[in-house]
Each structure stands twice: as structure tokens, then as C-alpha cells.
Design a protein around this ligand. Sequence first.
Ligand SMILES: Nc1ncnc2c1ncn2[C@@H]1O[C@H](COP(=O)(O)OP(=O)(O)OP(=O)(O)O)[C@@H](O)[C@H]1O
Ligand SMILES: [Mg+2]
Length: 319
Amino acid sequence: MKSESVLAPEEKEVDVNIGAVLRPKTWAEFVGQKLVVQQLKTAISAAKDREELPEHILFTATPGTGKTTLGKIVASELGAKPVQILGANLSPQDAYNALLQTDNTSHVIIVDELMKLKVGVATMLNLALEDYELPALSSQQSTRYYGRGLSRFLFIGSTTDFGSLPAALRDRFTYIFPLSLYLPSELAEIVRHSAKKLEVEIQPKVSGIIGSVARGTPRIANRILKRLRDYTSSLDEAGTWKHLEDIGIDRHGLDTWDRRYLGMIKARYGGGPVSLTTIAGSLGETTDTVQNVYEPFLVREGYVYITGRGRVLDRAKPF
Ligand SMILES: Nc1ncnc2c1ncn2[C@@H]1O[C@H](COP(=O)(O)OP(=O)(O)OP(=O)(O)O)[C@@H](O)[C@H]1O
Ligand SMILES: [Mg+2]
């Protein structure tokens, strides 16, 4: 499956295991996103001057680009130990408990994957975020808690799909920060820091190579480094290209699945135009997977164009 690729941005087991070691914990360690960092610092220091918490913050960006990392740094700058929860599968009871905790343990709550919130939970949060009131969970509890005021808290949300958030929830955020993909040079810097932490020796050119094939995404850059260190604890340029090939990444930064997609359109359909349905059928995938998993990178990089008549390969591209 394409989602198994080393170059897929979503979090995998391998990322979680070592994530805590590599995740930047301070502004100094956090590379790139200069404008966002600057605005966050301003918001934090202004709030501190007012002896308040900053207004709610939302990060929106593709997976693995630093949303959770930034949320945790903000919490730490405020001296808070955040309550951290995932939007997916969050039950009303979990949301309720998390909101209660903001009263006792922490004044910062970080919720990832906001786009996966159930409608009922989003509605609960709407009330809590605006009026700092604990909504009713059930008729039984409503007598005890409905309308109970919460103390002020800072809600830090993140989403990979801003458009799918309910408008009412979007409106609760004063700060909305879209993160951009990282430059190869920024990714190279991240790889250099990570190599140090993982005690992998890398020649200067190697971090640049990894940065150039990591699709603008720190998580992918770190994952590649971790995969390469399985081969050796000391990476030089030639060895790096060879090991990248071993894990399915070529010199253009394409993986096995990209080559299958491009190769199929070229060989069977003369480079297109060919419809999404036909491509999905030929690859044995759903149209959703082709559109959301195979194509974003290839379209962004200009390997393929989406036209009214179907997908067309760019013949000038090195494939
Ligand atoms: N700006 C950065 N500087 C250094 N390392 C970074 C940066 N951004 C992300 N990372 C690294 O990438 C990993 C993934 O980042 P993070 O978990 O913050 O992504 P995310 O945007 O929350 O992803 P998801 O959408 O899957 O929740 C982190 O553990 C960290 O090691
Ligand atoms: Mg996250």
C-alpha cells in the first residue's frame, strides 16, 4: 500500500517510538516557519504582560510539519503541562473529562486531528471555547454541571483539513496559522540536529540529500534518517544514494508507488489524458486513495496535470 511508503507523511509506529527524542522542545530547536514563530512569541509575551493566557490557537497543515510540536512548545513557554488528546474517536465523555482537567491540572489543552471530531463533541467544544462553560454531558449530569463556569484555558487545535472543520468551531480561534512545507535546506538542518541526537555520523552533503527527497516534511526527513541508520552509523554521499535506493527512493525523490502510477499512465495510456476512475481501476486502488495519497506530491511537483479531460503527464519531467 502506498501509505506504507517511507515517503508517506502520516505518522507511523517508527515515528512514534523515537518521536519524543527528536521533537524540538524549545524555539531554538524549532527550524523554519519564521513568521508563525514570531507571531506566537508576540502573542505569548503580550498575554504574559496582561497576566492572561493567549486566545485559542489553530494550526493547519499537512501531516508531519510541526503542528503538535509547536503546540507543545507554546504550552511549555507558558509553563503549562498540557492535556493532550486526539480528535479522532474522542467521545463526549473524553472531551468532558479533558475540559474538567483544564480546571484542575492544566490550563492548556492540545487537540490534534480536529477534523475528525464527532459533531456532538465539536458542539460541546464550541460552548466551552467561547463561554468557558462546561456543557451538559447527559441529563443526569446536567443538574450538576450544566452552566458551570470553567476557568480560562488555552485551546490549541490542529488539523490537516481546515476546510472540513465546522465553521462555528473555526470561528473560535483568534490565531489561525497555516504552516508551509519546509525548504530542502531547512530539512537538512533538521536532519543534522537529529543525526546528532541519534549519534549518526553524516557527511555535510548527506543531510542535503535527505532534505531534497523528504517532500518538505520534517517527519519524513527524520524517518529517512532512521531507516538509513539501519544500514550504517556513518553516512557518506554514495552510500546514502545506494541505501535510499534500497528503501525504494530514487534520485528524483520518487518512491515505488509514484513510479508505478507514472509508469502505468505512460505505458498504457501514452502519458494521458486518462480519467481518475481508469487510473484507480488500473492500480487496483479507490479513486479517493489515488486522489489523496498518490497524487498530491506528483501534482505539486508538476509530474502530472489534472485537466478537464483527465490526468496528463508532463513529458519534460525526468521519468
Ligand atoms: N520545525 C521543525 N523543526 C524540527 N523538527 C521538526 C519541526 N517540525 C516537525 N519536526 C519533527 O517532525 C516530527 C513530526 O512533527 P509533528 O508531530 O509536530 O507534526 P504534525 O504536524 O503534528 O503531524 P500530524 O498532522 O500527523 O499530527 C516531530 O516529532 C519533530 O521531530
Ligand atoms: Mg500532530
